[in-house]
Design a protein. Sequence first.
Length: 40
Amino acid sequence: NAITYTTDLLGDVTLIGAGAGGQQTGFGILSDLIDIHRLR
């Protein structure tokens, strides 16, 4: 599994990890995005 996103500071950032299944992957991504938002 991989996701690429673009940031102003770092440019393109790609995160790659082993597949854990749809629900687990979705929860992990959502959790990471919430953490990023809280740091703003």
